[in-house]
Design a protein around this ligand. Structure first.
Ligand code: NAD
Ligand code: ZN
Length: 694
C-alpha cells in the first residue's frame, strides 16, 4: 500500500492522542483497584490482573514519556491512609520494590545484569554478593523503638505518610514491646505482618460455620486486622511478623550501629528478638539467585504462609548507597515472583460432590486456569450459603485461589462481567450418588445426604464407624481392610460384613488364612451386642453414644424406636427437635430399615427390656465410680451394665457417690472412698448389685 503523506503528516500526534486515552483508562482502572486493595483491604481482582494492567501502563508510559505525571500509579507507592487513623510521616520513606514478573530464572539474570551495569563492573569482575529472602505476602510495617521501647507502629500508606496502628500491633505476640539494653536509642525495624495459612483457614471455617462472610486471602485479612480501629478485633486475628530491614536508626556518629552488610543487620535483628525467616541466605552472583528461586519455588507449597516470590538485595550496604533509588523503588533490590496463587477464570458449571460423611459440596467446573503453579479445573464453593453470599452463578468470571496444599476455592466474583440472565444455583433435593433425601439441619450451613449406610459415597466411613470399638467393636476391621472390601465390591452394605466367608476374605490381597480366621471370629463375637452399641453403630446423625444409651433406656427395644413418632422421640432425655428430626429422617428411609432388618437376620442381637417409663430401673438414682482393673469385666462392659440398670457412672468420688467398684491397682479413688466412707465393691459385689448373682 502506498503511503498517503498528506493524511498522515502528523502520525505521532494521533498515536499519542490514542495512547493518552488508553493511559487515562488504565490509570482510572488501576486507581480504583488500588483503592479497593490498599484502602478497603478488599481487592476486586487478583494481583495478576492488577499487575497486567500496571505493566501495560508502564509500557505505554515508556513509549510516551511526555504522558507521565506524578499522579500516575507507576510513580506512586501504595494508597491513601485511612482518615480515621492518625497519620505518621516516615522518617525514611517506605518504598515499593521493582518486580521481575518473568517467573523463569531470567528474572534473576536481568537483575544481576542491571546491578553490574549500574555499578560499572567489568564483565570479568567477581560476582556481586546478594541476600536472598522470601517475599512475604502481608503488609509492610515500620516499628519504631525509642530507648528500647516500642513507641509506634505504622503502615506504609503512600510511602511518605502511613497510619498509626500501634494499638493493634501491640497485640501481636511475635513483636517485642521491649528490646535488650544494647539497642541504639532510635531503632526502626521494618518487616511484614502476615497471617499463617492454617490460621486463615481456621478463621474462615469458623466464619462459614456461623454463616458469616468469609475472607478472601490471608494478605487482605491481615491488612484489614492491622488497620482496625478496635484492637480487640485485631487481637482475635492471629497475626505474625517477619523482620527484613531497617528504617531510621541512630547515626553511627552518634553511637549507632555500623553494619557492613544487610546480612549482618538481619543477624543482629534476630539477636534482638525479631523473627527472621530461616530461608534468608547469602547468595553469590546470579547463579545462586537462580538456585534460590528454584529451591523456594519447590518448597513454596509446604511453607505455612503465603509468599508471592522471593526478594534479592545487594548485600553490601556501601554498594546499596552507591546504587540508590528511583522514584518509588531502590535499585539494589528486586522482587522475583512466582506463578500467582489467585487467577480469574470462568465458571462453566456447578457440580455437587458427596463426601465421606454425607456432606454435599458444590464444586465449580472451571475453564482451565494456571494458578499456584498447577492447572486447575475444579474449585470448591463450600456450601449453598457461600454461593449466595458471594453471589456466584454459572457463567461468572471468578477469582480462584490455590495456595499451599489447600484445595482450590472460588473466593469471589469479578464484578460487572456476568453474561445475560443465569438462574441461581439450587441444591439437589436428592443425593446425586444414591438418591436419598437431602436435608439441612437448622443452624447448619451444610446440606447432607441422609442415605447413611446406603450411600456409596459414605460406605467406607459408615463401615468404619460400625466396626469402631465403642460401637460393634469388630477387632481387626480397620481403614485398610475397609478400603479393600469396598473397592473390591466384597462389601456394599453393613449386612454384607456378616456374609463374607473364609474364601472371600483369603481372596483379598495380603490376607493370610490366620488373619481371615481372626476377623471372622471377631465378626461372630460382635453379633452379640447391646442396643445402645447397635444404635450408635448405625451412624445416625446427631446420635452419639450418650443419645444411643438414652434411646435404648427410654424405649427398651429397637422396634419401639422404629415405631416412635417425632413427639415420642422428643420425650427422651436430652433429645431436642434437631436430634429427633435426624433420627426420624434416618428411620423414614426404607433402605435404612432394610439394613437394620438384614443385620438382625444375620444374627446380630442384644438383650431387650420393657421401656423405662413403665418400670423403675433397679439402680435408678445411684451414682457409681469405677476404678482399677476388674478380673473379667472390662471398664466399658461394667459401665454398660450399670447404665442399663439405671445407674449413673461418674468419674470422681464425692459424698454423693453410692458405690465405688474397685479392681486391681485401684488408686486415689479407692482411698477417697475410704476417707468418705463410701461403700466399696469388688466385681462379685457389683454383679450382686446388678442382680446377676456372683
Ligand atoms: N489486586 C489488586 O487489586 C491490587 C491492587 C493494588 C496492588 N496490588 C498488589 O500489590 C503489589 C504491589 O504493591 P507494592 O508496590 O507494595 O509492591 P510489592 O508488594 O510487590 O513489594 C513491596 C513490598 O514487599 C513487601 N515485602 C515482602 N517481603 C519482603 C522482603 N523480604 N523484603 C522487603 N520487602 C518485602 C513489603 O511489604 C514491601 O512493602 C502487587 O503484588 C500488586 O499485584 C494488587
Ligand atoms: Zn447419598
Amino acid at each position: 500500500m502506498p503511503k498517503n503523506l498528506d493524511l498522515f503528516s502528523a502520525p505521532a500526534q494521533s498515536e499519542q492522542a490514542q495512547a493518552a486515552i488508553k493511559i487515562g483508562a488504565l490509570r482510572r482502572q488501576l486507581d480504583r483497584w488500588a483503592h479497593q486493595y490498599y484502602v478497603q483491604d478488599a481487592p476486586e481482582v487478583p494481583d495478576a490482573e492488577y499487575d497486567r494492567a500496571f505493566r501495560a501502563l508502564q509500557a505505554l508510559e515508556a513509549q510516551f514519556p511526555e504522558c507521565v505525571t506524578p499522579e500516575s500509579p507507576t510513580q506512586r507507592v501504595g494508597g491513601a491512609p485511612r482518615p480515621e487513623l492518625t497519620p505518621v510521616r516516615h522518617a525514611v520513606p517506605m518504598l515499593s520494590i521493582h518486580t521481575e514478573t518473568d517467573v523463569s530464572p531470567a528474572g534473576a539474570l536481568a537483575f544481576d545484569a542491571r546491578v553490574r551495569r549500574e555499578l560499572g563492573l567489568a564483565p570479568d569482575a567477581p560476582p556481586v554478593a546478594y541476600v536472598a529472602e522470601l517475599k512475604f505476602d502481608g503488609l509492610a510495617m515500620n516499628l519504631r523503638y525509642e530507648a528500647g521501647a516500642l513507641v509506634q507502629a505504622a503502615t506504609r500508606g503512600d510511602g511518605e505518610v502511613g497510619e498509626d496502628v500501634t494499638h493493634n500491633i501491640r497485640t501481636i505476640r511475635q513483636i517485642p514491646l521491649r528490646l535488650p539494653s544494647d539497642v541504639p536509642a532510635i531503632l526502626e525495624v521494618r518487616g511484614e505482618v502476615y497471617m499463617a495459612r492454617a490460621d486463615f483457614e481456621r478463621l474462615n471455617e469458623a466464619q462459614r460455620e456461623r454463616g458469616q462472610k468469609t475472607f478472601i486471602n490471608p494478605r487482605n485479612t491481615a491488612a484489614g486486622a492491622v488497620r482496625q480501629l478496635d484492637p480487640a478485633i485485631a487481637a482475635q486475628r492471629p497475626l505474625r511478623f517477619f523482620a527484613y530491614g531497617l528504617g531510621e536508626v541512630t547515626p553511627v556518629a552518634q553511637g549507632g550501629p555500623d553494619f557492613a552488610t544487610h546480612f549482618d543487620l538481619l543477624q543482629q535483628l534476630k539477636q534482638w528478638g525479631f523473627p527472621v525467616a530461616a530461608q534468608t541466605t547469602q547468595a553469590l552472583g546470579a547463579s545462586e539467585l537462580v538456585a534460590f528461586h528454584e529451591r523456594i519455588a519447590a518448597e513454596r507449597d509446604q511453607l505455612p504462609y503465603d509468599i508471592d516470590g522471593v526478594v534479592y538485595k545487594v548485600d553490601s550496604l556501601a554498594l546499596q548507597r552507591q546504587l540508590g533509588f528511583k522514584t518509588r523503588e531502590p535499585r539494589w533490590a528486586v522482587a522475583h515472583k512466582f506463578p500467582a496463587q489467585e487467577m480469574v477464570t470462568r465458571i462453566e458449571g456447578i457440580d455437587v460432590q458427596v463426601g465421606r460423611t454425607g456432606k454435599l459440596t458444590p464444586v465449580a467446573r472451571l475453564a482451565p486456569v494456571f494458578v499456584g503453579g498447577v492447572t486447575v479445573t475444579n474449585a470448591t464453593l463450600h456450601n449453598l450459603f457461600e454461593i449466595r453470599k458471594k453471589g456466584v452463578r454459572v457463567g461468572d468470571e471468578v477469582i480462584v485461589r490455590r495456595a499451599g496444599d489447600v484445595i482450590p476455592e472460588v473466593v469471589g466474583v469479578v464484578p460487572g462481567k456476568r453474561p445475560s440472565y443465569v438462574a441461581n444455583f439450587r441444591m439437589p433435593r436428592q443425593c446425586p450418588i444414591c438418591g436419598s433425601a437431602v436435608v439441612r439441619e437448622p443452624g447448619e450451613a451444610n446440606h447432607r445426604c441422609t442415605g447413611g449406610l446406603f450411600c456409596p459415597a459414605q460406605r467406607k466411613e459408615a463401615l468404619l464407624h460400625f466396626a469402631a470399638r465403642r460401637a460393634m467393636d469388630i477387632d481387626g476391621l480397620g481403614e485398610k481392610l475397609v478400603d479393600q472390601l469396598v473397592d473390591g465390591a466384597v462389601v456394599r452394605t453393613l449386612p454384607d460384613l456378616y456374609r463374607i466367608g473364609l474364601v472371600g476374605l483369603t481372596a483379598l490381597e495380603r490376607m493370610g488364612e490366620k488373619s481371615a480366621q481372626n476377623l471372622l471370629a471377631a465378626l461372630e463375637k460382635s453379633k452379640s451386642t447391646t442396643l445402645p452399641r447397635f444404635l450408635f453403630g448405625l451412624g445416625i446423625r446427631q446420635v452419639g453414644e450418650a443419645t444411643a444409651k438414652d434411646l435404648a433406656r427410654h424405649f427398651g427395644s429397637l422396634d419401639a424406636i422404629l415405631q416412635a413418632s417425632t413427639e415420642q422421640l422428643l420425650q427422651v432425655r436430652d433429645v431436642g427437635p434437631v436430634v429427633a428430626e435426624a433420627i426420624h429422617t434416618f428411620l423414614a428411609q426404607p433402605h435404612n430399615v432394610e439394613v437394620i432388618e438384614q443385620l438382625r437376620a444375620c444374627g446380630v442381637h442384644w438383650p431387650e427390656g420393657p421401656p423405662a417409663e413403665r418400670t423403675q430401673l433397679p439402680l435408678a438414682g445411684m451414682t457409681v465410680v469405677l476404678t482399677g482393673t476388674l478380673p473379667t469385666l472390662s471398664r466399658e462392659a461394667a459401665k454398660d451394665l450399670l447404665e442399663a440398670a439405671g445407674a449413673k457412672v461418674a468419674g470422681s468420688v464425692s459424698k454423693k457417690t453410692s458405690y465405688v467398684v474397685a479392681g486391681e491397682e485401684a488408686g486415689s479413688k479407692l482411698a477417697k472412698a475410704q476417707e468418705l466412707g463410701v461403700p466399696v465393691l469388688d466385681e462379685a459385689g457389683l454383679r450382686a448389685l446388678l442382680g446377676q448373682g456372683a
